[in-house]
Design a protein around this ligand. Structure first.
Ligand code: AVJ
Length: 314
């Protein structure tokens, strides 16, 4: 991602009536480390739930594919790969012939993932692809090798309804008939459980959000004073949305030296940072059908907090 896009997005976001900074900017080197810490917090249940699903139900998932070998397991946005590795390990132990194809726009992320995967699974056939999701899906689908696409971790929760539609229709258009998609969705549950996961008492999620301002300071020459912003996160059980914000604690003006622009904040003005949407199984089924997929099976953890939902393009 070029610096220019970041600068332009920040300018647009801070000029909007409701100021916003996209959650995709959480993940610079510092933010990625903080996210690792979030995934280790007892309050942040999604990681453990999806780890359980992929560790305990890997065989069930693979049986359900009923793919001719060899096939591809194509991971869209691979992250650190620990959860995926649980699934791959089971396939290898069964002697199944497949290739693991992680796709990312960052060559660095892909290199690290490859090294890490091979250190745990030395005989894994890994064929990383650098590029955007849609064109890589299209390229893979032009061959007759069956594909299972993975979109794990609940990343889909960060997308607004229209963005979900654009993403899934883009996947669908580029997939071939018979190819499958396994997507992680965080499920609606006791609202207090969700609230705690996104507003933890240690303040790790707070630091994750404040790092956005730090990143602007570092990369764009911003002069955000982090003491003059606080974090606020709200879960609405009526629509399943966690929305997170930074709050300006006083009236203040913030400048960005790289662009020479400045932005006025009133006291208690918000910067919206993230949507983390929680789904019901019904929502997921409707979303699948609306975008041309058929639901094959939901794989849930034992607490029914999270699902990896397997869809087919008929
Ligand atoms: C990486 C998008 C799945 O929304 O749960 C964790 C990011 N934000 N805590 C999520 C996140 C605050 C996470 N995803």
């Amino acid at each position: 991602m070029s610096d220019n896009t970041f600068a332009e997005d920040i300018h647009q976001g801070l000029s909007a009536p409701l100021k916003q900074i996209s959650s995709k900017y959480f993940y610079d080197d510092i933010g990625s480390v903080i996210f690792q810490d979030i995934m280790k917090m007892p309050e942040y249940y999604p990681t453990a739930c999806e780890f359980e699903i992929l560790s305990l139900q890997g065989e069930k998932i693979i049986d359900k594919l009923s793919f001719a070998e060899p096939f591809n397991i194509v991971e869209l946005g691979a992250g650190d790969g620990i959860k995926t590795r649980q699934l791959l390990k089971q396939l290898m132990e069964k002697g199944i012939d497949f290739s693991y194809v992680p796709v990312d726009i960052s060559g660095k992320a892909i290199d690290e993932l490859k090294t890490n995967m091979l250190s745990h699974l030395p005989s894994l056939k890994i064929k990383p692809l650098i590029g955007n999701y849609f064109s890589m899906i299209g390229e893979l689908s032009s061959s007759s090798t069956p594909n299972l696409f993975l979109f794990l971790g609940g990343n889909i929760g960060n997308y607004e309804a229209e963005e979900v539609r654009a993403l899934l229709t883009g996947f669908h258009r580029n997939m071939k008939a018979g190819d499958k998609l396994l997507t992680g969705f965080d499920l609606q549950k006791n609202p207090a459980t969700i609230r705690l996961a996104y507003d933890d008492p240690q303040g790790i999620t707070r630091d994750f959000n404040l790092n956005l301002l730090n990143r602007i300071n570092r990369e764009l020459g911003g002069n955000f004073n982090l003491n003059q912003f606080e974090f606020y996160s709200f879960y609405n059980p009526l629509n399943g949305e966690v929305r997170s914000y930074l709050v300006s604690l006083k009236a203040q003006r913030v400048s960005i030296s790289q662009s020479g622009k400045s932005y006025q904040f009133s006291q208690n003005e918000l910067i919206w940072t993230e949507l983390s949407k929680k789904y019901t199984l019904k929502d997921i089924e409707r979303t699948a059908v609306e975008n041309g997929f058929e639901v094959m099976e939901h794989f849930l953890d034992c607490k029914h907090y999270f699902t990896d939902s397997l869809w087919i393009k008929p």
